[in-house]
Design a protein around this ligand. Structure first.
Ligand code: ATP
Length: 233
C-alpha cells in the first residue's frame, strides 16, 4: 500500500537519503532500524510532507504523496508520531487529543476514538484535564500516540517511540503498537532499539547513512550475524 521509490533528500549540501526504496503492505508492522543520524527521522518526515524530496516517489494506494501538502497527507490517512513526544505542553490531555482530530467532523467517530484511546491508555483517561507538560515521559509518549490515533490513520508513522523510556514502559509502548496494529492500523516504525523493533515487526530494513543496506523479514534480520553484531550488541 505504501511504496517509497528511490528517494533522495538533502539538507542544503547534506545528502541525507541517498535513493532509498521500500514497501509497507496493508496491515503490517514494518520497521526501519539504524544508528543515530542514519536518516530514520528524515524518512518519516519526508513521507509526512514535512520535508520535500529532491527526487523519488512516495505512493500510497496508487496516489503520489511526494508533492502533497502535509495536511493533505494526513487527510489521506497518514499520521506521524514525532520523535521526542512533541505534545502541546500548555494544553490539557483532552485538548491535545481533540487537536489530533481537527481535520475530522464526524462527531460520533471522534467520540468512539476518544473511548478507544482511553481504553488503550487508561492513564490518560485518569488525567484528562491534567496539563500535558506535567505528565511523565511515558505518559507524554502515550499522549503523542493517542493524538495520532485521533486522526484515525490508515498508517501510523512512529519515530523512536521507546526513546528515553524505562524498560517496563518500553515494553508497554510496544504492546500498544501491536494492539493498534491488530485493530487494523498499518505501522511504520523507526527505532534505535533494534531488538524491540525486530521482535515487534513483520518486515524490517536497515538504514545506514542514508542507504538501505539490508531488508527482509524481521526474524531473518534478528538472526542475521551482521545485524546482531552491529545492532543487537
Ligand atoms: P536520530 O536517531 O539521531 O534522530 P536519524 O536516523 O533519525 O537519527 P536524521 O535525523 O534523519 O537521522 O538525520 C540524518 C542526517 O541528516 C544526519 O546526518 C543529520 O545530521 C542530518 N540532518 C538532519 N536534520 C538536519 C537539518 N535540519 N539540517 C541539516 N542536516 C540535518
Amino acid at each position: 500500500m505504501l511504496e517509497v521509490k528511490d528517494l533522495h533528500v538533502y539538507y542544503g549540501a547534506i545528502h541525507a537519503l541517498k535513493g532509498i526504496s521500500f514497501k509497507v503492505e496493508d496491515g503490517e508492522i514494518v520497521t526501519i532500524i539504524g544508528a543515530n543520524g542514519a536518516g530514520k527521522s528524515t524518512t518519516l518526515r519526508t513521507i509526512s510532507g514535512l520535508l520535500r524530496p529532491k527526487t523519488g516517489e512516495i505512493i500510497l494506494n496508487g496516489v503520489h504523496l511526494e508533492k502533497m501538502k502535509a495536511k493533505d497527507i494526513v487527510k489521506m490517512g497518514v499520521c506521524q508520531v514525532p520523535e521526542g513526544r512533541r505534545i502541546f505542553a500548555n494544553m490539557s490531555v483532552q485538548e491535545n487529543l481533540e487537536l489530533g482530530a481537527y481535520l475530522r467532523n464526524d462527531r460520533d467517530g471522534i467520540k468512539k476514538d476518544f473511548d478507544r484511546v482511553f481504553s488503550l491508555f487508561p492513564r490518560l483517561a485518569e488525567r484528562k484535564s491534567q496539563i500535558a507538560g506535567t505528565l511523565s515521559g511515558g505518559e507524554q509518549q502515550m499522549l503523542a500516540i493517542g493524538r495520532a490515533l485521533m486522526s484515525r490513520p490508515r498508517i501510523i508513522l512512529m519515530d523512536e517511540p521507546s526513546m528515553g523510556l524505562a524498560p517496563i514502559l518500553v515494553e508497554q509502548i510496544f504492546n500498544v503498537i501491536k494492539e493498534i496494529n491488530s485493530e487494523g492500523t498499518t505501522v511504520l516504525l523507526v527505532e534505535q532499539n533494534a531488538y524491540m523493533a525486530l521482535v515487534t515487526a513483520k518486515k524490517a530494513y536497515v538504514l545506514e547513512t542514508g542507504n538501505i543496506v539490508m531488508g527482509g523479514t524481521a526474524s531473518e534480520l534478528l538472526n542475521n550475524e551482521e545485524v546482531r553484531r552491529a545492532y543487537l550488541g
